[in-house]
Design a protein around this ligand. Structure first.
Ligand code: MBD
Ligand code: FE
Length: 293
């Protein structure tokens, strides 16, 4: 069936196979991949509604949740992503997208989910600078290492290390009116030897925000809101596949039950105590290994 004006097939509520009719209600200009994805989604959603005999009240509650997530989202807050994270969807897509063999000993740096709090255009810093403003008594940490070509082991010059993490109060700068704009975020570039170095904080465990639909859903499911202490990175260099990842502090009690299901063993690190440096009590050496295109 077509509606004549734009060639779009029409579905009717009275088709004997209503679901198939909705799936097939596409026109010739529809992108094939999009048609596959939307068709699959409609199939699963319809099956879900039938299997669970979802009532109109339940359906409207879900739509309301989606609308509220959208209304509270902006450049600093991504509630849709947060909802997807606590349902394991971003972690699953990360796993599907990853090309790494699960058990190989020597691997390129594993990816981990982006999460809702990355901001673009974090300040660019010089080698050895600190991303921390304030928190004089917190666990300041020297983090340093190299960005390497995984296949050849050669250092990559001018690679970008984009880093962000929470303050000791568990809040990203964008959630916290007490912190200066872009605090605890920064972009560094490796030198000709592939090295970077920066000061950050040893991270603390962190409850995801409970003031929106994601927090509300966790409460309704009687789930805890904790992410293990983590630091986010995007590592990029010309000619290489960018790596979105996180590192996790081994001492954290939530390493095995991350609310966002993001922890991978190869990303769990040990911070070492650092003596005689007024700028940092801890040290972490960490190399990132990228794969060329
Ligand atoms: C976070 O800080 C985060 O990193 C992820 C992945 C999900 C929710 C909050
Ligand atoms: Fe995070």
């Amino acid at each position: 069936k077509t509606n004549g004006t734009n060639g779009t097939a029409a579905a009717s509520r009275f088709d004997p196979n209503f679901t198939a009719a909705v799936i097939n209600a596409t026109g010739p200009k529809a992108n094939p991949r999009l048609k596959q994805l939307v068709g699959g989604l409609v199939q699963h959603l319809h099956d879900f509604l039938r299997e669970n005999e979802v009532t109109l009240d339940e359906y409207f509650a879900a739509i309301d949740m989606i609308n509220r997530a959208g209304q509270m989202s902006n450049a600093k807050r991504n509630e849709g992503q947060l909802l997807s994270d606590i349902l394991g969807m971003e972690s699953l897509c990360d796993e599907i997208t990853s090309t790494l063999a699960a058990e190989a000993a020597d691997q390129p740096t594993a990816t981990a989910i982006l999460g809702p709090f990355w901001r673009k255009d974090a300040p660019a810093y010089a080698m050895g600078d600190s991303i921390v403003k304030g928190f004089p008594d917190a666990d300041h940490t020297l983090m340093h290492g190299r960005v390497l070509d995984f296949d050849t082991g050669t250092p990559i010059a001018n690679a970008e290390v984009d880093i962000w993490h929470t303050a000791p109060n568990g809040l990203y700068e964008s959630q916290d009116p007490e912190q200066p704009d872009m605090n605890l975020r920064g972009r560094f570039h490796t030198g000709p030897d592939g090295r970077y170095s920066l000061y950050c904080l040893r991270p603390t465990k962190y409850p995801i925000p409970d003031d929106g639909p994601a927090g509300e859903l966790l409460g309704l499911l009687d789930r805890h809101p904790w992410r293990p202490a983590h630091i986010h990175f995007i590592i990029s260099a010309e000619g290489y596949k960018s790596v979105v990842t996180q590192i996790f502090d081994r001492r954290d009690e939530h390493i095995t039950d991350d609310v966002a299901f993001a922890v991978k063993e190869s990303l769990v690190v040990d911070f070492a105590p650092r003596q005689g440096d007024p700028k940092g009590k801890f040290e972490l050496e960490y190399d990132f290994k990228l794969v060329s295109f």
